[in-house]
Design a protein around this ligand. Sequence first.
Ligand SMILES: Nc1nc2c(ncn2[C@@H]2O[C@H](COP(=O)(O)OP(=O)(O)OP(=O)(O)O)[C@@H](O)[C@H]2O)c(=O)[nH]1
Ligand SMILES: [Mg+2]
Length: 344
Amino acid sequence: MIKKWIKKIPALNSSAQESPEPSDQSDPIQGKGTEASTPRLGLFKRLKERMGKTRNGFVRQMDQILLGRHEIDPELLDELEEILIMADMGVTTVQDIFDKLRIEVKKKELQDPLALRKRLKEQIADLLKVPSTQIRWTPSPFVVLVIGVNGVGKTTTIAKLAYRLKQEGKNVLLVAADTFRAAAVEQLETWGKRIDVPVIKHSAGSDPSAVAFDGMEAAIKRDVDIVIVDTAGRLHTKVNLMEELKKISRVISKKVQEAPHEVLIVLDATTGQNAISQANLFGEAVGVTGIVLTKLDGTAKGGIVVSIANQMQIPIRFIGIGEKMEDLRQFDPEEFVEAIFAER
Ligand SMILES: Nc1nc2c(ncn2[C@@H]2O[C@H](COP(=O)(O)OP(=O)(O)OP(=O)(O)O)[C@@H](O)[C@H]2O)c(=O)[nH]1
Ligand SMILES: [Mg+2]
């Protein structure tokens, strides 16, 4: 029986460890190891590799528990439930899943551990299927305001997004409205040069709303398709970040009707459930329309994606799975579930 099991779960078929993740030390655009330089490394394969920590930390652990069992008993369900909670899927989300599973087991609709694994995967996939995860990118100029606490990955996400849009033939403009640190303006400028996208900036310490205003004027004058506005993740204690963001948003809407069209909150997946509180806090202030979940490559608790999709009424637009330009992915629930449940 156990042998049959091992065959059915190829991930457990070998005692070898996952192959190490490719190094990210090379140039994020041109360097070796990028998808451009290794065309055979498909997008899905890279996603699978980058989600390796989550796969090892949660799906593999789950499989190891399932491996020793011949039938579904209450202890098995309890153990699996604990693993999912530990993977940051959120207590209520996990309880909902297991309430359903317990009923199915009781009705004998679920009889063996392999069917249980399949059902769990289906349930997770269902939770992730939230409608309208795509941005329409019209009218023009289409204004994207990017917000989030410091260090979550706003500026690098903007660079990746601009790179992506430019490759799709869009005319993009970046606005450095994070004037809190001189380095923040420089960082965006450096990215702008690297990906060949213009950046509107003022000197450090100036009013972020004034930069946003100039950014909108330039966008109209230059007839750009998409403007992406970078903001600070923290300010001097005297200035309230939420008030500042509201002001930036107001200034943008005065210049471009109905803008910002998209307010993207960037959340760091490694901060776990804390990310949800951040989204709520910013959401109350500036009406968030989409989520970018970064650093999923750096956590074994990728279950946070499920928790966010299930608890928030805001779609996950993109996920960050590394520091290379290609590592900002449009969020595709089915592909994501396949990648974390993938077998070697
Ligand atoms: N591994 C990994 N690192 C990431 C990802 N996204 C961003 N980072 C890294 O996170 C760090 C912080 O990124 P920034 O873009 O500077 O963050 P920020 O939100 O703009 O920070 P502040 O400007 O200080 O508010 C950088 O070292 C990025 O390379 C990701 O998806 N995976
Ligand atoms: Mg930044």
